[in-house]
Design a protein. Structure first.
Length: 375
């Protein structure tokens, strides 16, 4: 019998619990060398190569565009080509424990301690009954029977949406599929809320002109990043996240900003934003934006965000609902000026488990004071 080892989905970033397979770089069944590039995976942050951890024959476990959790089996590598019989337990091998048997029947790799710890015994039995694989289970938290049944129910809904005379599949990029999976995970747990306040265009314009005379042109996004960063120390509930039954706040302020680069949404991060001057913020934003379009953002540039800004003012959007990111309790949207109104809206979306409308309004009020010329 050949020696078979499992190649697991690595954790590329502390906030990413799953990845999507963008491409297999060699055919299944190919003999690969140690450290050879075998797959391209994408997370919510960036795209990464996966390398073989040893030489052998590679067999895929998933198709392209499959979303797989961190720690799941991505592929298997064998000393010899893998045959169906080779997947059976070895003769004379010790009997598997009941949990391992149930895990194997449900598609769980018994060798994966992370998966064993995630799934309760009853959930394993329910997975076997409903035919749910571990790859279908979201996130990295504890899995109970209700989670398994919810996945099975959602699968039934997906199957009922098969192509017919009324609709057909819409092809989406792997980045969009990954975003959809991530947002599904986020919005299964948060309690979303939102507040909006107007920002007067005339005093804002005067402040931007004054800054331009001193240090050169400054965009509204760049100004807002700096002023929001200066305020978030006073609003720790908007610079944190809710997990494990309690609220957490970040020790530092790192502000991400949304960039639509060739149809793919990226969120580069200005780290230590509260300690930067306005000129330093401008330089950081411009460098990160340029690197977004070049496609050479390092992992450090898209990781560790504690608060996010998304600016649709340039697209003429006068109102929208910003969507919260994983492990963040708030996101700020910048809208275009209302025609003839003399103001433009700032929209703060937040997790109500962390904050409330009054606090959100206080934050927006203080931010607007700064943007209109105060502080």
């Amino acid at each position: 019998m050949p020696e078979v080892s499992a190649l697991l989905v690595p954790r590329f970033n502390v906030n990413d619990d799953q990845a999507i397979i963008v491409a297999w770089l060699v055919p299944s069944g190919t003999r690969v060398a140690a450290e050879q590039r075998i797959a391209l995976l994408e997370t919510s942050k960036a795209t990464f190569d996966v390398h073989a951890d040893r030489a052998g024959y590679l067999t895929y476990e998933h198709e392209v565009k499959s979303i797989v959790p961190v720690g799941a089996v991505l592929a298997r590598i064998s000393d010899e080509p893998i045959l169906a019989a080779d997947t059976q337990p070895r003769s004379g091998a010790p009997a598997a424990a009941p949990d391992a048997v149930a895990a194997a029947a449900a598609g769980v790799n018994p060798a994966s301690a992370a998966l064993r710890e995630r799934v309760s015994r009853k959930a394993l039995r329910r997975m076997r009954e409903l035919g749910v694989s571990p790859e279908e289970l979201p996130g990295s938290g504890r899995i109970e029977v209700a989670d398994v049944e919810r996945v099975a129910a959602n699968r039934g809904q997906r199957q009922s949406a098969a192509a017919n005379e009324y609709w057909q599949p819409l092809e989406q990029s792997t980045a969009k599929l990954m975003e959809a999976a991530r947002l599904g995970t986020v919005y299964r747990s948060i309690v979303p809320s939102m507040v909006t306040m107007p920002l007067s265009c005339e005093p804002l314009g005067a402040k931007l002109r004054a800054l331009a005379e001193g240090i050169g042109p400054v965009s509204l996004l760049e100004l807002t990043i700096r002023e929001a960063a200066a305020l978030l120390g006073e609003f720790p509930d908007l610079n944190g996240f809710f997990a494990d039954g309690r609220a957490w706040t970040y020790r530092d302020v790192a502000i991400g900003f949304a960039v639509n680069a060739a149809g793919d949404l990226k969120v580069p991060v200005v780290h230590g934003a509260a300690r930067l001057s306005q000129l330093e913020v401008c330089r950081a934003v411009r460098d990160l934006t340029l690197r977004c379009f070049r496609g050479d953002l390092p992992m450090s540039a898209v990781s560790g965000g504690t608060f996010t800004l998304t600016d649709l003012s340039g697209a003429g959007v006068t109102h929208f609902v910003p969507v919260l990111n994983e492990r963040q309790s708030a996101i700020l949207g910048i809208c275009a000026a209302e025609p003839g109104a003399g103001h433009q809206n700032l929209v703060l979306a937040f997790d109500h488990r962390m904050s409330n409308g009054l606090r959100g309004g206080e934050f927006l009020g203080a931010l607007i004071d700064r943007l209109e010329g105060g502080a």
